[in-house]
Design a protein around this ligand. Structure first.
Ligand code: PLP
Length: 411
């Protein structure tokens, strides 16, 4: 009889979003006239930038002509796209990243999970708490953890709490860890990291031979010019970091799918025989074997992000969501709530009032003003007592939701 990967049985069955859907559906059934506004999701709502659409339409035409038709492309992505990313996103910001260190993919979600393929089984792994759940679940699937306890924490993982008390930046661990996931601007807290904070992580990683997985999916939302957009703006990061980036949130590609992973050629980790192996070679081998590249049409769409028109349009898109975040911050503050994030990020992280638990606050918001957010405890035990509101929505919905909250919800 065939057997399964038993690690899947350790997963907490995708508890968060199905539970939200269950409660919202039950409420909607009992209150059919309620106009529910969903500010829980991390998906974008506004259309694709025109520059991207035009480039993709042209690329479809290319596919209709024998002379410009494209079959399988390079597994790592087309060089014209990798060059533009290297120049614009990295070199222009003082980060010495070359085009061939950039691997184009169909998503940061996949990359941040797949990266574990090239690492060994005995690494000590650290995540912040709360955290983007994919980092944890992919480690569970890979067999890198024990079982979950009643708080939902998996044995074997090192959890680094991030709360208002430490300004939502994890303390550098006193113990030695091998792999560390960092996400800035952060999902779910909306927190950012200064150069000094990232430098401290890089120094730690270099001293301990650790690798940092740096998720910069929300870098386009950074408005403060002093903040780094990439870990590779930090001295020494080429020797200890891998970065994930995505076109999902800056250019509205959540349904279109294009992202990238940067693996510097200078980055190494230990093989069982004690030798140092270049991770670039392993990731290149992994991608060439298990992945066949992103569609030519989509890569042309992503390339258009770097055109003059594309840059103007994505800035407008990001500013639209940031203005939503500003309205949310303002109105929730007026309602007497303590809010964090939402300045350099599309997420506003709210402290629940009167000691309510995350789920109690969820129910209260749903029942009194018919607004849906995401309970912070769903992102980790240290998220208890917090609540995430997403700025990814129409202006109309955001304004209406905030109007209801300030009218009926003042604490
Ligand atoms: N990383 C973080 C922190 C995210 O919040 C998300 C999506 O919400 C992703 C990665 C996924 O990005 P992609 O759409 O490129 O898979």
């Amino acid at each position: 009889m065939a057997t399964i990967n038993d690690n899947y049985l350790k997963l907490k069955a995708g508890y968060l979003f199905p539970e939200i859907a269950r409660r919202v559906n039950a409420f909607a059934q009992a209150n059919p006239d309620a106009k529910i506004i969903r500010l829980g999701i991390g998906d974008v709502t506004e259309p694709l930038p025109e520059a991207c659409r035009t480039a993709m339409i042209k690329a479809v035409e290319d596919m209709g002509d024998r002379s410009s038709f494209k079959g399988y492309g390079p597994e790592q992505g087309y060089n014209w796209l990798r060059e533009k990313i290297a120049t614009h996103d990295f070199q222009a910001r003082g980060a010495a990243i070359e085009a061939d260190e950039i691997f184009i993919s169909d998503g940061s979600k996949c990359d941040s999970g797949n990266i574990l393929d090239i690492f060994g089984k005995n690494n000590v792994i650290a995540v912040t708490d709360p955290v983007y759940p994919v980092y944890v679940d992919t480690n569970v699937m890979a067999g890198n953890t024990g079982d979950a306890n009643e708080k939902g924490e998996y044995g074997g993982l090192v959890y680094l709490p991030v709360t208002a008390e430490n300004n939502f930046t994890a303390e550098i661990p006193s113990q030695k860890v091998d792999l560390i996931y960092l996400c800035f601007p952060n999902n779910p807290t909306g927190a950012t990291a200064t150069k000094e904070h990232l430098q401290a992580w890089v120094n730690y990683a270099k001293a301990n031979g650790s690798i940092i997985f740096f998720d910069a999916a929300y870098e386009a939302f950074i408005t403060d010019p002093s903040l780094p957009h990439s870990i590779f703006e930090i001295e020494g990061a080429r020797d200890c970091a891998i970065e994930f980036r995505s076109f999902s949130k800056n250019a509205g590609f959540t349904g279109t799918r294009c992202a990238l992973t940067v693996v510097p050629k200078t980055l190494t980790a230990k093989a069982a025989d004690g030798s140092n192996v270049e991770l670039w070679k392993l990731w290149n081998r992994r991608q060439s074997t298990k992945f066949n590249g992103v569609s030519y049409i989509i890569q042309r769409g992503a390339e258009a992000v770097y055109s003059e028109a594309g840059q103007t349009q994505i800035k407008a898109l990001v500013n639209f969501y940031l203005d939503n975040a500003k309205i949310i911050r303002q109105e929730l503050t007026n309602a007497g709530l303590n809010v964090y994030g939402g300045v350099n990020a599309p997420y506003v992280w709210v402290k629940t009032p009167h000691g309510l638990s995350s789920w109690e606050f969820f129910d209260k918001l749903l029942e009194t003003v018919n607004v849906v957010g995401t309970p912070g405890s769903g992102f980790g035990a240290a998220g208890e007592g917090y609540f995430r509101i997403s700025a990814f929505n129409s202006r109309e919905n955001v304004e209406e939701a905030m109007k209801r909250i300030t009218a009926k919800f003042t604490v």
